[in-house]
Design a binder for this molecule. Structure first.
Ligand code: UTP
Length: 465
């Protein structure tokens, strides 16, 4: 570390204030602050603060937006059948060509849980954590297809240590440690919304936050995960977020749709309930599949319908994708593949009187990359609909909120498993909770082979592995 070169670097971008307390710091604190500063891409920050980064004209884009190439939940829209897709996906799984990437670096502020969100107990009867539910599913799929599915887990400074300790203390949740790779995403500094100056969290630390789920691309590459995937013969990754216990990780039909469409990135979506619903909208615009955030979507474009009177922009993003490893390798080498988005946030900071202030109003701008911004550069990007009841029950807010709560997610799990049991010939008494570990059964069809005929369930029941 060279103090003079740090100073001149900072002076070039008018950010010298971050060294204001340098003389008071211990050697260790100096080293850590210097490392943080060296990691900052000042040129990018300056461009973002000056608003000189490339801006997308969403109004024009949305005005010309069309329905993207897609297959509906009933299988319509594709040139192949659902059975063909499932068989294709199963062949890829059997050949060991599929891995899983979980993004678990978010700060989970809305849920207000003081550990990484993956450690949140969500099993309605089992109380299994989100991490356990995902690991059970990957183990079940691995067993079914005779392979070990590599599980890449992205953490951040906020979640890394506890996530690693959790996996170690819990025997990697039954997975082989060789198949679980935990890696940390990058950070971005928050800047003062009025001045563009980097905020300090303390005298020896910048106010840093994770660089968004789009940080996955660089972090996968930097941490050797893409090389590892290639070495294993993994061709595509099933991408998912930590907050969705219903997610169809490594689901054969979804993977089959991805492969049969020749797509480099396929995104699973739900059908919007109404035109202005607050979800990212998947659209075909300018010949490319892209996400238009609800906040950027003019009402007229949102309400546009096709010849059948259906919303053109019916597809809402749920953060579930299948992404080719080769495409991720390409994207990781291009600095322009993912733009930064800005968000006004409340960020605690060290003020001029050396007090750490927790602001009550947004005071800062944070910069984040979003993974779905890869879609426009993916060849043949494709969209696959899933019914929310079969694939989307996010845990975002604490119980008591109107939507996306743990209570609602648990109800969705019970409702899905009740449907599976009923489809398999069982009857379940009113008000009774049921939960099925994927290691007991992955599908209703498999369940039918495992339970006795005419099974009646009249008390809460967990079907264990
Ligand atoms: P959210 O957008 O819900 O953000 O993340 P969050 O930080 O988890 O929650 P809030 O907004 O503070 O309440 C969607 C998914 O992306 C991951 C999260 O862990 C979650 O799985 N994520 C988000 C990251 O891995 N890194 C990030 O920098 C941001």
């Amino acid at each position: 570390m060279n103090l003079e070169s740090l100073k001149s670097q900072l002076a070039k971008y008018s950010q010298e204030h971050v060294l204001e307390y340098w003389d008071e710091l211990s050697d260790e604190e100096r080293q850590s602050l210097a490392a943080q500063i060296e990691d900052v891409d000042f040129e990018t920050i300056a461009t973002l603060v000056a608003g000189k980064d490339e801006k997308i004209d969403f109004e024009t884009l949305a005005a010309n937006a069309e329905t993207p190439p897609s297959v509906r939940a009933d299988g319509s829209g594709a040139k192949w059948s659902v059975d063909e897709a499932r068989q294709r996906g199963e062949a890829a799984l059997r050949a060991g060509e599929v891995g899983a990437i979980l993004v678990a670096g978010g700060q989970g502020t809305r849920l207000g849980f003081d550990q990484p969100k993956g450690m949140f107990p969500i099993g309605p009867i089992s109380n299994r954590t989100l991490f356990q539910i995902f690991a059970d599913r990957l183990l079940a799929i691995g067993k079914k297809y005779g392979v070990a599915i590599p599980f890449y887990i992205m953490t951040s400074d906020a979640t890394d240590a506890e996530t690693r300790a959790y996996f170690q203390e819990n025997n990697y949740l039954g997975m082989s440690p060789d198949d679980v790779r935990i890696f940390r995403q990058g950070t971005m500094p928050a800047v003062d919304a009025k001045t563009g100056k980097l905020l300090m969290a303390s005298k020896s630390s910048l106010a840093l936050s994770p660089d968004g789920h789009g940080g996955t691309v660089r972090a996968l590459d930097r941490n050797g995960c893409l090389d590892d995937a290639k070495k294993r013969g993994v061709k595509c990754l099933s991408y998912f977020q930590v907050d969705n216990p219903l997610v169809n990780v490594c689901e054969p039909t979804l993977i089959g749709h991805h492969l049969l469409s020749g797509s480099e990135m396929t995104t699973q979506v739900i059908r919007k309930r109404y035109a202005m619903e607050k979800v990212g909208n998947i659209a075909l615009a300018g010949g490319k599949v892209q996400v238009i955030e609800y906040s950027d979507l003019p009402q007229k474009a949102a309400e546009a319908t096709d010849a059948d009177g259906q919303l053109k922009l019916w597809a809402g993003s749920i953060g579930v994708h299948v992404i080719d490893v080769d495409f991720l390798c390409r994207a990781s080498q291009s600095t322009s593949s993912l733009p930064f988005h800005r968000a006004q946030k409340k960020v605690p900071y060290l003020d001029a009187n050396q007090n750490v202030v927790s602001p009550s109003e947004p005071n800062a701008v944070k910069f984040e990359k979003f993974i779905f911004d890869l879609l426009p550069s993916a060849k043949n990007a494709f969209v696959v609909e899933v019914l929310p009841s079969e694939g989307f029950a996010p845990v975002k807010n604490a119980d008591g909120a109107e939507n996306d709560t743990p209570k609602l997610a648990r109800e969705a799990i019970v409702a899905q498993h009740r449907r599976w049991l009923e489809a398999a010939g069982a009857s379940v008494a009113e008000g009774v909770k049921v939960e099925i570990n994927p290691r007991f059964s992955l599908t209703p069809e498999e369940l039918a082979t495992k339970i006795p005929a005419n099974l009646h369930i009249d008390a809460d029941r967990y079907f264990e592995a």
